[in-house]
Design a protein around this ligand. Structure first.
Ligand SMILES: [Zn+2]
Length: 273
């Protein structure tokens, strides 16, 4: 059993009326985290069926944990291979197809108990077909309850391609940009949606913003001095731009920087011995 301190204990003066062979008897007094611990080795051993069964039976007896346990079971259902396998002698590649139908049912059961459960909402969105309108609705609630960069990106893409709602797509992409302004993808998506909205100036602005961002992030990399070995003739190669140059040439190397902007620390070749 679990090494956790929260074991099932019979109340004083009473005998458990459930036979010990029942799984429920064993984890009758456990919390969800204990349950997760119990399901983990099963999942690691790829006994997803066993892990799902454990989580579902836990949900049945622990209403407070039910949504968490069912959402977790839903994630595991994606790992259950339902694809018919080719005969062994013909098997060049094995086919994998997660049990989407079961995952969907488990996420829905979790949402019945806790309608804004983020893991269940994101999970259901993953289980639903890409063209589904419900997928957009679920992602909208999910990204409100627990916004993530990838969730908002996904929502923006769906709003654009399935819902054809460019205004709402722009809003989703903007929020993704706020969460992580380092990603090139989001600037390009924002520029693209501005074009679709008939705002070419705004599109140009987003592209320019990306260029600025890239320039701004550059010095942090280039400012970090790289060590280079200078040969006896005074030549070396810049690792950033891969150009060979003479270190005495002030036109290409000055103030510890190569002309490309990379900071370099020079090490004479003779010191290598
Ligand atoms: Zn260089």
């Amino acid at each position: 059993m679990s090494s956790s301190g929260r074991r099932w204990e019979a109340p004083h003066g009473s005998t458990p009326n459930v036979a010990p062979r029942s799984e429920l008897w064993h984890h009758g007094g456990m919390g969800y985290l204990d349950m997760k611990k119990l399901a983990r080795p099963l999942a690691l051993a790829r006994d997803f069926e066993g892990a799902i069964r454990l989580l579902v039976s836990h949900a049945e007896t622990h209403p407070d944990d039910a949504a968490d346990a069912l959402a977790h079971a839903g994630e595991l259902a994606f790992e259950v291979n339902t694809a018919p396998q080719p005969p062994v002698e013909a098997a060049a590649t094995l086919v994998f197809q997660g049990d989407r139908g079961r995952a969907e049912a488990l996420f829905r059961a979790a949402l019945e108990r806790s309608p804004e459960h983020p893991q269940a909402l994101y999970g259901l969105a993953r289980a639903l077909p890409e063209k589904s309108i419900e997928r957009i609705e679920r992602l909208t609630v999910a990204t409100t309850a627990r916004p993530t960069y990838l969730g908002l990106l996904d929502l923006g893409d769906s709003l654009r391609s399935v819902g054809r709602d460019y205004r709402a797509a722009y809003a989703a992409y903007s929020r993704a940009h706020e969460l992580d302004p380092r990603q090139r993808t989001i600037y390009m998506k924002l520029a693209d949606i501005c074009t679709k909205l008939g705002k070419p100036e705004a599109a140009t602005e987003w592209r320019a913003k990306w260029q600025q961002r890239r320039e701004r992030d550059k010095p942090s990399v280039k400012g970090q001095a790289l060590e280079v070995v200078v040969d006896t003739a005074g030549w070396t190669r810049c690792p950033a731009c891969n150009r060979r140059f003479g270190v005495d040439n002030a036109g290409v190397f000055a103030d510890g920087r190569h002309r490309c902007g990379q900071a370099l620390t020079l090490r004479p070749a003779s010191l290598r011995e």
